[in-house]
Ligand binder design. Structure first.
Ligand code: PPS
Length: 287
């Protein structure tokens, strides 16, 4: 099994192709503005989908950004090296993404009124998506067998640590109406409805016509052929879509094609135990 060198940062492992100690320091010193909007996700929960959606919801449906700017520069990751390069080109209101758990957000975020869209996805599908991503991404450890990868996922020995720690960290009553929770599953089920909620949350006041237009341009099918969004501009040595495309299946419940009944029982028992004292509702059954 091939393994990669990762940067260790405050308890999490990160690939040096995207992150450096300087970029992480930059994130900590980043000056968050009140008008900023963060899409926050545990990896493989719908990050690039929100990177597609947010600029359009914020700009009234102008497609220029998704047709001319690669997603990593259009809606940069707070913790990645590219932010410092493109920060001056971002127009207000700025949209950013981050995989940071709550406690790693910079001080200026806490002092600001910036809004957060937290996207959560069924952890079983997150794990399956991540398994294939580890096969195609040359900068990540080989995942090994599905069973081996499941063990690493449940122990949190994967990028950005445990899924349960991440979702728990972002359940913050102090954020009040600055945070909106949405699930990948809701977006798959009814994207126009999800866009209406986002439009309300962000005060965009979009017409139904614009909602439908955004839904069409942010569909899996359209994003899969958009070179600004499908990572086809990335060298094959870093992302090999012949092994597995980044926009792989885009469905709910692919875990059913991968989990044995023993793996399902093990996975469910760990997640259930780690969420035992949490009161937030899960939109899907853990079983
Ligand atoms: S990353 O690496 O953390 O940025 O990955 P992330 O973007 O969070 O997650 C990738 C998964 O999201 C799916 N995806 C979509 N699904 C449905 N519709 C649209 N438009 C869409 N865009 C991205 C993508 O296919 C990955 O899921 P899987 O299950 O692997 O297909």
């Amino acid at each position: 099994m091939s393994s990669c060198e990762y940067i260790q940062y405050r308890g999490i492992d990160l690939p040096p192709v995207a992150h450096s100690m300087e970029s992480l320091e930059y994130a900590q010193n980043f000056s968050v503005e009140d008008t900023d909007v963060f899409a926050v996700t545990y990896p493989k929960s719908g990050t690039i989908w929100m990177q597609e959606i947010l600029p359009l919801v914020l700009n009234g449906g102008d497609l220029t950004p998704i047709h001319t700017i690669p997603n990593w520069d259009r809606v940069p990751w707070l913790e990645e090296k590219r932010l410092a390069v493109v920060v001056d080109q971002l127009t207000s209101p700025r949209a950013l993404v981050t995989h940071f758990p709550y406690h790693l957000m910079p001080p200026s975020f806490h002092a600001s009124k910036a809004k957060v869209v937290y996207v959560m996805r069924n952890p079983k599908d997150v794990m399956v998506s991540s398994y294939y991503f580890h096969q195609m991404a040359g900068f990540l450890d080989d995942p090994g067998t599905f069973d081996e990868f499941m063990a690493k996922f449940l122990e949190g020995k994967v990028l950005f640590g445990k899924w349960t720690d991440h979702v728990k960290s972002w359940r913050r009553t102090e954020l009040g109406d600055r945070i909106m929770y949405i699930t990948y599953e809701e977006m798959v089920q009814d994207l126009p409805a999800a866009l209406r909620s986002l439009s309300d949350f962000l005060g965009s006041n979009l017409s139904e016509e614009v909602i439908q237009k955004i839904a069409e341009h942010c569909s899996f099918k359209t994003m899969k052929v958009n070179s600004m969004s499908n990572f086809s501009l990335v060298p094959k040595v870093l992302m090999d879509s012949d092994k597995s495309p980044f926009l792989r299946k885009g469905v709910v419940g692919d875990w059913k094609n991968h989990f044995s009944s023993e793996q399902l029982a093990r996975f469910t028992s760990v997640i259930r135990q780690e969420l035992e004292n949490e009161s937030f509702p899960l939109p899907w059954s853990l079983d």
